[in-house]
Design a protein around this ligand. Structure first.
Ligand code: BTN
Length: 336
């Protein structure tokens, strides 16, 4: 995105009408050039209204991400010993923030402590090959790069700990009743609020790069959500329901990063055990009869969800007794 388009975006973010003339003057470009830039914004998915005699406006405004604000918020929260945010990238559009960090790692960059946000992802990916809907300036899509020294086994349960961190960061703003679905979906009243994707590159038994991707629905339009194939919710609706102020996406980003960095710096040494209770406290399926779907052949196992063990494995009370599972997807038995 060129500088004029970015400036135009920032002007229109206030939700007010701006005449073509005033925008042209401000940006030092012709009205025809403004029109071209507006087309570029429409392509990103920004809905610019044009009213004769009044000018251009983005109805409702935009809550844009600001790199400097996120960094400032993060630095205010984090102690010196924690500060490992080595690079903060905020892009308007990427295919996928996780893919970006994986690419950087493959190119030989040391991505430890890198954080990458995008206002929009053109190929956002979810677990199990799903697409993660990522409309412009609506939600949060970000990835963190982290170096693991003693192989993937050392980060067993990490994705569950990430879920706890997301809940704790949101609870800081007063949100309540957030729940976790094993292994790592963030739910509210059984609707999906956020998702976590962990990807690892390098030597799975030794030094490797972890890319931790987080998608959090903040303010999703019905239109953008048309393609989502499961019940979903956004923080905007929860804020309305719980009479809370919706924090800015910059504020949310800073608090989420703070929670995640504080956890990540100790996780490899300390493991999942200390996160087990906080996870179980938020377990959406505790004591429920569930079906665990595993593998491509849709193998399924039924039983009562007991919780998780010290490695984050799901404990299921089946006809064969208590069994531990490290992979699969849960559904409620009554919904099968
Ligand atoms: C899930 O399916 O629940 C996981 C969703 C993870 C989505 C996030 S958005 C930021 C990062 N970049 C991606 O392409 N995916 C993750």
């Amino acid at each position: 995105m060129n500088i004029s388009t970015q400036k135009l975006l920032e002007q229109l973010a206030d939700g007010q009408y701006h005449s073509g003339e005033s925008l042209g003057e401000l940006l030092g470009i012709s009205r025809a050039a403004i029109w071209k830039q507006l087309q570029a914004l429409q392509t990103l998915g920004v809905n610019v209204q044009s009213v004769k005699g009044r000018g251009y406006c983005v109805e409702g405004g935009l809550d844009l991400l600001h790199r400097a604000e996120i960094e400032k918020g993060f630095n205010e929260l984090i102690g010196d010993a924690d500060s490992k945010l080595t690079k903060l990238i905020v892009e308007n559009e990427l295919d996928s923030t996780s893919q970006y960090l994986i690419k950087m790692s493959a190119q030989g960059e040391a991505i430890h402590g890198w954080v990458c946000f995008a206002e929009k992802q053109s190929a956002g990916r979810g677990r199990r090959g799903r697409v993660w809907q990522s409309p412009f300036a609506s939600n949060l899509y970000f990835s963190i790069g982290w170096r693991i020294h003693s192989g993937v086994a050392a980060v067993e349960g990490l994705s569950l700990a990430v879920g706890v961190c997301l809940c704790e960061a949101l609870e800081h703003f007063g949100f309540v009743d957030l729940q976790l679905k094993w292994p790592n979906d963030l739910l509210y009243k059984n609707k999906k609020l956020g998702g976590i994707l962990l990807e690892i590159s390098g030597d799975a038994a030794g030094e490797c790069d972890l890319v931790l991707g987080v998608g959090l629905n903040v303010s999703m339009s019905e239109k953008a959500a048309e393609e989502i194939d499961q019940p979903w919710i956004d923080l905007f609706s929860i804020a309305n329901e719980q009479a809370r102020v919706l924090p800015s996406r910059d504020q949310l980003a800073a608090h989420l990063l703070h929670a995640l960095f504080s956890m990540l710096r100790n996780f490899e040494a300390q493991g999942f055990a200390q996160w087990r209770d906080p996870w179980q406290k938020r377990n959406a399926h505790a004591g429920k009869e569930i079906t665990l779907h595993m593998g491509a052949k849709a193998q399924a196992k039924r039983g009562m969800m007991l919780g998780v063990n010290n490695s984050g494995a799901l404990l299921l009370n089946t006809e064969q007794g208590v069994e531990a599972f490290i992979g699969g997807e849960i559904s409620l038995r009554s919904l099968d």
